[in-house]
Design a protein around this ligand. Structure first.
Ligand code: DX5
Ligand code: ZN
Length: 224
């Protein structure tokens, strides 16, 4: 199933609750929350207390993307703050298996993210335990960067492995997703699309959301 996950990184943080409500009304399926610690990536955003505060203003499931060095330490905090999906990086310092277990124990769905220079093979041993794989299509840290089409080989490889094993794992792409690139990613086998600057910056957000979904649906079917 095609899902759009607007990234709050591009919202007006001073009006966060209104911005989220707007995306919900425009038809978002998830809410992508980028958590950065200034160590794993060269930028700092927000933490669990902010997630907890915004939870009461929306019924969108929280798709929390942890770009932090030690995700294992913070799983309980983010689950307690309302995270529905927790995505952490293979390149972090935490043990991957242990972190997946902790996410499940705390009632959220585990997802594993890979940076552009990390091979698909790193996630394959964990595929059966994951709800989603996140393939980064930019170097993590900042919104508004250009989509890296060379990551589509990785998406194709993971999608083919998911099919081979008969799994229902989602593949999310994050970085540079707009009205053009969404079709490229969907044709390669991605079905969850993070979009920050293109969606929040669209003159008509509802129109952009509808177009994104339509393009993704068609391209995904074509790619199958
Ligand atoms: C980048 C973040 C992305 C970012 C995407 O490190 O993980 O979620 O917000 O922003 P755009 O869509 O502007 O590339
Ligand atoms: Zn993200």
């Amino acid at each position: 199933m095609i899902k759009i996950s607007p990234s709050v990184l591009s919202c007006d943080y001073g009006r966060m609750a209104d911005e989220i409500k707007c995306m919900e009304e425009c038809g978002a399926d998830l809410l992508h929350i980028d958590v950065m610690d200034g160590h794993f990536v060269p930028n700092i955003t927000l933490g669990a207390p902010v997630c907890k505060c915004i939870k009461k203003y929306t019924s969108l499931p929280f798709d929390v993307h942890l770009m932090i060095s030690e995700p294992l330490k913070y799983i309980e905090d983010f689950c307690g703050a309302g995270a529905d999906i927790i995505c952490f990086h293979t390149e972090s310092e935490s043990d991957i298996g242990e972190t997946i277990d902790k996410i499940v124990e705390n009632g959220a769905k585990p997802a594993l993210a890979v940076k552009p220079n990390t091979a698909a093979d790193v996630v394959l041993p964990f595929l059966d335990r994951l709800s989603m794989v996140l393939v980064m299509t930019v170097e993590p840290g900042f919104g508004g960067q250009s989509f890296m089409a060379d990551q589509m080989e990785k998406v194709r490889k993971i999608r083919s492995e998911i099919r081979k094993r008969g799994l229902k794992t989602d593949i999310e792409v994050d970085g540079g997703i707009n009205g053009e690139t969404i079709g490229v990613a969907a044709a390669a086998g991605a079905n969850v699309f993070v979009s920050g600057s293109a969606l929040f910056g669209a003159p008509d957000r509802k129109k952009a959301m509808d177009e994104f979904k339509e393009k993704a649906r068609k391209a995904f079917e074509r790619g199958v």
